[in-house]
Design a protein around this ligand. Structure first.
Ligand code: G6Q
Length: 552
């Protein structure tokens, strides 16, 4: 679907005019002038609650943003994705991660096959395997049960399962440890191998293509390590694969019976719902994995059916567009006030930046507007003691998404109220700030002299007017986490539609997979034409000299 330039649409132009007014608003005044802001600008969906009242928006802003969403065809694009149309136009693929969490019995024909029936056939195989491993029926080469699972994968074949395993830590089976090796840096694999026993370790080699250099090298090294004490015949008890590439799995030496397939219509960063989620299912059990899928499906249903005005992913997306394209905000911070969501920001970094970090439209035209902002963050409260300084008093205005669970999954008294108090206090402080009069009164009460007050005052003023969303869930359950991830997936989708981006390819990532291939033999001593620039030539020469003299 070809789109007109975003800036030429009537809604974009109306929003540009409206922004001139909104730019003068103070969030604290918006709250004083409308007592119902919280109830008006918040909603529940799929077990999540979103408070978006602490944003520089009013009814007009929202109505114009929804006009923009309609003008860009968000509803039609959404239906095309769910319907299996090949919306990933540069790879000529459907985009059907939503089919991975559809309930048994629904139907969707893709490439002549019922995709949902295929999904459930694999889920059934996963369920049986998970049960055997967790119950101890699956035995290693010396007859012992599995104690350690090592996932070898990178990017989309690593970040999802690792983030989710950590997030659902309190649902994990005791006695089963999970390790994730992604980096081709041997220190990564070495650190894990030094902690596990080959007799009780199960390796999951996770790669959609089964050609990714990092993963293949780590898998080969893990295999060689295993064969130091085990035999080729024992490999089947210790290595399983998750992939779309049966031939490559077979030639690696993994029995296709020990392979869990998925499909080209599952993008890497959208694949945790597929067999790529096998470590999650092993950790939390298949029923909990199903709950995780059901939570995402509930968000899918909401996204599909709710009017745009009360559609959580659409609201989150359009508020993001408001700051990105009309206020020029170049970054967004994610602040989960939940230790178990420690990798959620890193996960979203890939989801958002790999999907929408693009500079041309679906039809290849250079875009005239800014697209994906930089996404970053870490758990609260730790961030408060570090980079929150910049969020409060720096020169950039960085919108923040606060994420919290109302109830903990631990039993330690007192902690959770302190955690939530911090979370709510931060969003309040970002919104309110502290003006010169308030600072002066505070310093006077501390009996400072007028001269001392004059010196300190500018440093202690907080401009406020800094926007945030707050997303709450009851507890961090598998279903709530599923809904949360799906919320962001659909947010990314909507923003991609607004910007006219193909959110489902990743040519920048593919480039990285090719470039290093030329340099690797040169570092290893191959005859060198000095074919690069002087910097790259110089760096290669240093590495070559160091490696040729090192004992390893
Ligand atoms: C995700 C990207 C990328 C990919 C990795 C691993 O959307 O395409 O992060 O997941 O490069 O690829 P393989 O699974 O094919 O090894």
């Amino acid at each position: 679907m070809h789109q007109n330039a975003l800036t030429e649409t009537p809604a974009f132009q109306a929003l540009t005019r409206h922004q001139a007014e909104a730019d003068r608003w103070q969030l604290r005044d918006l709250f004083t002038s409308r007592q119902d802001r919280f109830s008006r600008y918040s909603l529940d969906a799929a077990g999540l609650f979103l408070d978006y009242s602490k944003n520089s928006i009013d009814d007009t802003t929202l109505s114009l943003l929804m006009d923009l969403a309609r003008e860009r065809g968000v509803e039609a694009h959404r239906d095309a994705m769910f319907g299996g149309e090949r919306i990933n136009n540069t790879e000529n693929r459907s985009v059907l991660h939503t089919a991975l969490r559809a309930p048994r019995g629904s139907r969707l024909v893709v490439n002549g096959q019922d995709a949902i029936a295929e999904v459930h056939a694999v889920l059934d195989r996963m369920a049986a395997f998970v049960e055997r491993v967790r119950s101890g029926q699956w035995r290693g080469r010396s007859g012992k049960a599995v104690t350690d699972v090592v996932n070898i994968g990178i990017g989309g074949s690593d970040l999802g399962p690792e983030m989710v395993c950590r997030a659902l830590r309190s649902y994990s089976q005791p006695g089963l440890s999970f390790h994730f090796v992604a980096n081709v840096d041997g220190h990564d694999l070495d650190a894990v191998l030094s902690r596990v026993n080959p007799e009780t370790t199960l390796f999951v080699v996770a790669s959609k293509t089964f050609t990714t250099r990092e993963t293949m090298m780590n898998a080969q090294s893990a295999r060689a390590w295993f064969l130091q004490t085990g035999s080729e015949a024992d490999l089947a008890k210790h290595f399983v694969a998750v992939s779309t590439n049966t031939d490559a799995v077979r030639s690696f030496g993994i029995d296709p019976d020990n392979m869990f397939p998925f499909w080209d219509w599952v993008g890497g960063r959208y694949s945790v719902w597929s067999a790529i989620g096998l470590p999650v299912a092993l950790a939390v059990g298949f029923d909990n994995f199903r709950q995780f899928l059901d939570g995402a499906h509930a968000m899918d249903q909401h996204f599909r059916t709710a009017p745009l005005e009360s559609n959580m992913p659409v609201l989150l997306a359009m508020i993001g567009v408001w700051y990105r394209n009309f206020f020029g905000s170049g970054s967004v911070s994610i602040a989960p006030y939940h230790q178990d969501l420690g990798q959620f920001a890193a996960y979203l970094q890939q989801l958002e930046m790999e999907s929408n970090g693009k500079r041309v439209s679906r039809s290849g035209q250079a875009l005239q507007v800014e697209t994906c902002p930089v996404v970053w963050g870490d758990v609260g409260t730790n961030g408060q003691h570090a980079y929150f300084q910049l969020l409060h008093q720096g020169t950039d205005i960085i919108p923040v998404d606060f994420i919290a669970a109302l109830k903990p999954t631990h039993a330690l008294p007192g902690h959770h109220a302190v955690l939530l108090a911090n979370c709510f206090a931060q969003s309040e402080a970002f919104m309110l700030g502290k003006d010169a009069d308030e600072v002066r009164a505070e310093l006077k009460a501390q009996k400072l002299t007028d001269e001392q007050i004059a010196t300190l005052l500018p440093h202690k003023v907080f401009p406020g007017n800094r926007p945030s969303n707050t997303i709450l869930m009851e507890t961090l359950t598998p279903a709530a986490l599923g809904a949360l991830i799906a919320l962001y997936e659909h947010k990314v989708f909507v923003q991609g539609v607004i910007w006219d981006i193909n959110s489902f390819d990743q040519w920048g990532v593919e480039l990285g997979k090719v470039l290093a291939k030329n340099i690797e033999p040169e570092i290893n001593g191959a005859p060198r034409p000095e074919a690069h620039d002087s910097s790259t030539n110089g760096l290669i020469a240093r590495a070559r000299a160091a490696l040729s003299s090192s004992p390893a």
